[in-house]
Ligand binder design. Structure first.
Ligand SMILES: [Zn+2]
Length: 281
């Protein structure tokens, strides 16, 4: 049996990474092919997007270079219709993320601020100021209590959502241009314009119960612990409550969302075209 194109590509990368002076964290990927799962294109110049934890809506960030669109838009993921426009940023919005419990959204803008939005009402809750350059991206922790933001001012900043205040600043050798939280440990990864990728432990910062969305399959509900990756059955009565991962060696505190993944739309008899093509079917 011949090797797949993917295996060849990884073999070439391994060889490249092993050369003297090579930069092990830099990968160059070529586009493989168009996605077979493309369902719908939402119109408008958009710089970033995120999907709600239950998969029913999408939020996209507007890029205002030509159309002066400094907004975020919320879209119905099933019908593709626009639900709301979030206005308040004074320049392009480069990134956005949805809280693990789907109740709020954070956005990062060229105007140097982050904004927190109520996802249901579409209204602004707070503006986080402190960056001295464009904020190019944002992500939030799995417990929904921390935001990390990457900025052209060369810093990565950690924000406490509860009080809307900055709690830590990591100074990078170049502009910060990508960020992600570890799913279960207070760590962040970040790229910079100097071609580096950094992994930072957030000393003194702890996670609360990790927010989990249960998946519904018929009447059965299962949840997966982000720390040990173990899936376990849950009772419907436990939705919306806190629990402990049943794996003895783990014991991570978890908070179950009151809603479940996909179940609402399935119960309503509506189809999800891309799921039919998914590997789980
Ligand atoms: Zn666990």
């Amino acid at each position: 049996m011949g090797r797949s194109p993917l295996a060849d590509r990884f073999a070439a990368e391994r060889e490249q990474r092993g050369r003297p002076g090579s930069c092990p964290w830099i990968h160059r990927y070529s586009r493989l092919r168009e996605s077979e799962g493309l369902v719908r294109t939402l119109t408008g110049g958009r710089a970033g997007c995120a999907v709600s934890p239950d998969g029913t809506w999408i939020v996209s960030a507007g890029r205002g270079s030509t159309r002066r669109d400094n907004t975020l838009k919320i879209w119905d993921a099933v019908t593709g219709t626009e639900r709301a426009t979030l206005t308040g940023h004074t320049s392009s919005v480069w990134g956005c993320a949805v809280s693990p419990d789907a109740t709020w959204i954070v956005s990062a803008s060229e105007d140097g601020t982050l904004k927190i939005w109520d996802a249901d009402a579409g209204t602004e809750r707070a503006t986080l100021t402190g960056h001295t350059g464009s904020v190019w991206g944002c992500a939030m922790s799995r417990d929904g209590t921390w935001i990390v933001a990457a900025s052209a001012d060369g810093t990565l900043r950690i924000w406490d959502v509860a009080i809307g205040a900055e709690r830590a600043v990591l100074v990078l050798p170049g502009k910060a241009c990508g960020e992600a939280f570890h799913p279960s440990t207070p760590m962040v990864a970040c790229g910079d314009s100097g071609r580096g990728v950094h992994l930072a432990h957030l000393v003194g910062i702890g996670f609360g119960p990790l927010v989990v969305t249960a998946a519904a399959r018929g009447d059965e509900l299962t949840a997966r612990c982000p720390a040990c990756r173990e899936a376990f059955p849950i009772e419907r009565d436990s939705l919306g409550t806190e629990t402990t991962c049943p794996r003895p060696a783990c014991g991570t505190r978890l908070r179950l969302n009151p809603f479940t993944l996909h179940s609402a739309k399935r119960d309503a008899g509506r189809s999800w075209p891309w799921l039919r093509r998914g590997r789980n079917r």
